[in-house]
Design a protein around this ligand. Structure first.
Ligand SMILES: *Cc1c(COP(=O)(O)O)cnc(C)c1O
Length: 399
């Protein structure tokens, strides 16, 4: 296949992309238009939890595609019902609503919390609508989720923002407590800040936050778009910390690469009334059939234990690199990890890794001083070894 600059220039320009067109993917490997192979430790930003084109997803797409693609969200369908029941059984939640993207799920969580704050008013009889979120948090790219995010600069790009998202500091309970007013209805965070640089909220902070939100009658919302679906070695990230949130959102891994997301809540919080929430693609059987296949794969005996084991293996190997190059260590949970470079060589390392010959390596640098690793959850130790060899070639030149 030829690389067509003409066609590239017809796409709306929203990001600098390398002059590479990917044509095939299998497991941890991608192939580009020129036939070059890449070891993929990004996996579509932690989306392809079972790697590229796993058999169970292919089967679900073909089987469901032949059977029923979209009867309309006005009617029930089998895969959506089965997936909702499975997610509820495996979590602390009672109700599930399906959507197509993480941002949309978070938008739904924000609406649900605001509705709850309208039903459960403050002592002065006013609606509660403020949701405390965190600096460096990431919740998506719709106007409300950008406002909820704490990405530097995002408060001004599309000003005015959606109101009502005061920002606290992760790990600092006092910074949350300070922001609580009689308008506050919820606190929303990622159990591990992903885009912010793989920063785990930590057990002590999460338990403190759960106690604080309970004391003040606030909802706790976990954005598990990145940490959910086995990424941390637990099915859901909140399970790492021994707490139970009131609302959770899922995206990325739940579809294994196809657009599927979910909003979950406990029975007490499920206060939407007809007309409050909906969407054309809500719970369509094609995507939920894939989600069901992916979830069942993940619940097979030993799967999550293997994620924990390979996560520890990746951690050990990254620590060795850190020591070897005098870096600042690594952090993360399960197979969501970051190497703290100590210098702003992240973007250069990403480019050099991709350009390696004959085999490239795909990694990502959410902040200039770190590299993030989010391989397929079924990545092998051998593939981790291969990644380390490739990365070493890059760091020998840059670090
Ligand atoms: C990726 C991500 C989102 C946004 O999901 P989209 O599917 O891109 O809309 C939201 N929250 C977190 C924590 C994410 O990692």
């Amino acid at each position: 296949m030829e690389f067509s600059q003409y066609a590239v220039d017809k796409l709306m320009f929203v990001a600098n992309k390398p002059p590479v067109v990917f044509t095939e993917g299998q497991g941890s490997w991608l192939t580009d238009h020129a036939g070059k192979r890449y070891l993929d430790f990004m996996q579509g930003w932690a989306v392809n939890c079972l790697g590229h084109s796993p058999q169970c997803m292919q089967d679900a797409l073909v089987t469901q595609g032949k059977k029923l693609i979209n009867p309309s969200p006005a009617f029930y369908n089998e895969p959506a019902l089965e997936l909702a029941a499975l997610l509820a059984t495996r979590s602390c939640f009672d109700r599930v609503f399906f959507l197509s993207s993480g941002a949309e799920a978070n938008e739904g969580a924000i609406k649900l919390a605001r509705k709850y704050g309208k039903v459960h008013k403050n002592t002065a009889g006013q609606n509660r609508y403020e949701i405390i979120t965190f600096n460096h948090g990431f919740h998506g790219r719709t106007l409300a989720t950008m406002s909820a995010s704490g990405k530097p600069g995002w408060d001004t790009i599309f000003a005015p923002q959606v109101d009502g998202f005061p920002k606290a500091e992760i790990g600092d309970l006092a910074s949350v407590e300070k922001l609580i007013t009689d308008k506050t209805v919820a606190v929303m965070l990622e159990p591990v800040q992903g885009e912010g640089g793989v920063i785990p909220a930590g057990r002590e902070f999460m338990q403190g936050l759960r106690a604080l939100t309970e004391k003040h009658g606030l909802l706790l919302i976990c954005d598990e778009v990145q940490t959910g679906m086995g990424r941390t070695g637990e099915l859901f990230g909140y399970q790492l910390y021994g707490i139970e949130p009131d609302i959770m959102t899922l995206g990325k891994g739940i579809g294994g690469g196809v657009p599927l997301a979910a909003l979950l809540c406990t029975e007490r919080v499920a206060c939407f009334e007809p007309g409050d929430q909906g969407g054309t693609y809500t719970g369509n059987p094609l995507m939920t059939a894939v989600g069901l296949a992916v979830t069942k794969e993940m619940l097979k005996p030993g799967f999550l234990q293997t994620v924990k084991d390979t996560g520890s293996y990746l951690r050990r190997e990254l620590l060795k690199l850190s020591e070897r190059y005098g870096m600042q260590g690594e952090r993360g949970e399960g197979l969501l990890r970051a190497l703290q470079l100590g210098k702003d060589i992240g973007p250069a390392a990403v480019e050099a890794a991709r350009d390696l010959q004959p085999t490239g390596l795909l990694i990502n640098s959410p902040r200039p001083n770190l590299l993030r690793f989010m391989p397929a959850l079924n990545v092998t130790k051998d593939e981790i070894d291969q990644m380390i060899v490739l990365l070493t070639q890059v760091l020998d030149k840059l670090a």
